[in-house]
Design a protein around this ligand. Structure first.
Ligand SMILES: NC(=O)c1ccc[n+]([C@@H]2O[C@H](COP(=O)([O-])OP(=O)(O)OC[C@H]3O[C@@H](n4cnc5c(N)ncnc54)[C@H](OP(=O)(O)O)[C@@H]3O)[C@@H](O)[C@H]2O)c1
Length: 233
């Protein structure tokens, strides 16, 4: 399959490119800074900024499916959360990004949808976040945790909610993936993913696992189409 991955320089995006190539797909990595992406077999790198719909439409030509890994800068660096939430500096950086998320999702995702329509791409997979859930599928404790997170990070949630609505209302085959908090911890392959899956929102999930779920959504999980998929542990 030919998969375009937008946000290919990010924590998840990089891993999604690696995973898709590992599985034998052809990949178009789309980024604002294409020069930082190392070349590889079956990989095409193209420049695109989600605030510029025309640049995205041009970049995704030839793709069958688009995966969005874009987001406001998370400032999650290798080593963050290795010891849970004891890395205060990393935690503060992540919170700062969430307090002023900008409009990369609410403007960028509708632009991506328009670009898909222009380029004839039929399917979009959007990486969102578990804090968008109303929590009904979670344990009582985790439902409460999500409620608190939603109150604290309301700006980031508002921006993503607008983007999720645009995806749901589009005429594309869509899948929204909502991961728990992510980390650079080594993946051991064990994670849970599925519509209304009961995950722990605050239990860090390796970027690699999240990337794997996005590539599955793009290429090998037809029952996820038109659904919101939780990913975590
Ligand atoms: N990290 C977490 O714990 C976590 C948990 C749940 C959900 N999420 C969500 O999942 C998504 C990805 O998270 P992440 O941690 O992998 O993000 P990240 O490492 O911060 O990467 C964000 C990516 O978006 C790209 N980007 C930002 N603005 C762009 C623009 N205007 N045009 C094109 N690309 C742009 C960045 O490109 P540059 O390299 O050029 O800046 C980067 O590649 C985000 O929506 C995030 O909110 C994250």
């Amino acid at each position: 399959m030919k998969i375009a991955i937008i946000g290919a320089t990010g924590g998840t995006g990089k891993k999604a490119v690696e995973r898709a190539l590992e599985l034998g797909h052809e990949v178009i990595a789309v980024a604002r800074r294409p020069e930082v992406i190392p070349s590889a077999e079956r990989l095409t790198v193209r420049k695109g900024d989600v605030f510029d719909a025309a640049s995205i439409a041009k970049a995704i030509v030839g793709a069958e499916v688009v995966i969005s890994c874009v987001g406001p800068p998370s400032n999650v660096t290798p080593g963050s959360f290795r010891k849970g939430f004891t890395n205060v500096k990393a935690g503060m950086n992540v919170m700062a990004a969430n307090f002023s998320p900008g409009t990369v999702m609410s403007e960028g995702i509708p632009n991506m949808i328009a670009a898909c329509q222009q380029a004839g791409v039929k399917r979009i997979v959007m990486q969102s976040g578990i804090n968008l859930t109303d929590g009904k599928e979670l344990t009582v404790f985790n439902r409460f945790a999500v409620r608190i997170m939603r109150r604290i990070f309301w700006r980031a949630i508002k921006d993503k909610a607008f983007a999720e609505d645009a995806v749901r209302q589009s005429n594309l085959e869509w899948i929204i993936v909502r991961p728990s908090v992510l980390s650079y911890a080594e993946a051991n392959g064990k994670y849970t993913a599925g519509p209304a899956a009961r995950i722990a929102p605050l239990r860090p999930l390796p970027f690699e696992n999240c990337a794997d779920s996005l590539v599955r959504a793009a290429a090998s999980e037809p029952t996820w189409v038109g659904k919101i998929v939780n990913v975590g542990r």
